[in-house]
Design a protein around this ligand. Sequence first.
Ligand code: NAD
Ligand code: ZN
Length: 341
Amino acid sequence: MLGKGCFARLPELLEQREKATSLSGSVLVIDHFFQGKNILDLSFLSSADLVIWADTTHEPTTDYVDELADKVKASLPRPSAIVGIGGGSALDIAKAISVLLTNPGKSAEYQGWDLVKNPPVYKIGIPTIAGTGAEFTRTAVLTGPVKKLGINSDYSVYEQVILDADLLKTVPHEQFVYTAMDCFVHNCESLLGMQNDAMTIAMAQKSSDMIKEVFLGEMDHEKLLIASSMGGLAIANSNVGICHPFSYGLGYVLGLHHAFAICVAFNQLGEYYPEVETFKKILHKNNIVLPKIITDGITSEQLDHMAELTLMNEKPLSNAFGPDWRNVFGKDRVIELLKRM
Ligand code: NAD
Ligand code: ZN
């Protein structure tokens, strides 16, 4: 559903779910930014529904998701639907909880590819920041005990999505830029990777065009939501490339937020991605100044750990360089680039 104010249609969708499932009550996983503010009209909720305020100060960990899933299991184990409302973090938390309600064990057991066996609870995604495309992708990215890795599964896809530009009004400009750059980088990785197709290319190109129109021209929240959606659809049908593996290493070891880590990494990848020039123009026009070298002063063990985490991303790196990627992209090269980031 697309349009300003269409969040008001949520009660109607939930009612349809209750009728279709003969279950009562839904779970709403909402970014804690909205708690205690009168931005979302939640007056339709009843005592059968459960609201989980997702703390997104840090990006979702497997432990945190397990804790929230246990809470849901204790009070509403069979909801008619789960609604994720927020940026990439809240949207991914809701996806993961929906998987855990119908599959045994802990979330870390499902980090990987196609490990989810049972269909999860029906999900409705409502982004309140544009960029990650999480509302359309087949992954729920979680930081686990060993690595940051998604629950990559057809069961991680939202069944319905509500795109309401009114919900983006409160996003700080800097956050808009960072999260949109995540989308911009997904698009570049998708376009220059080996696993794309005509539809993916069309979506990624259009998504990047719209992002440029917004950040080198005029801000338009609805356009950003569409750019994010198309970027999400493109990346869901292709793969990331060189930048995301670096961002996972940087993010894990230094505790950086995903979109920020992406910007730090992409800034130094001009040799692989010509669009780094446009990216730099966007940052400049929007007054974003990245730290000079974020890895300055880290220990050699930390550097080594980051390089190892980067090189663990076999699928993205083979998307970027082909199946023999190890021959052209070794640890020395990764460390050399990390030292510039
Ligand atoms: P986020 O969800 O982490 O939120 C960033 C901040 O914005 C938070 O403080 C949040 O409280 C606040 N916020 C949310 N909505 C707001 C609003 N309308 N107004 C004001 N503040 C608001 O940010 P993000 O960049 O959207 O998501 C990052 C996460 O998404 C990372 O965990 C990343 O790994 C994940 N991700 C997932 C996918 C996917 O396909 N599933 C893709 C890319 C990134
Ligand atoms: Zn990303």
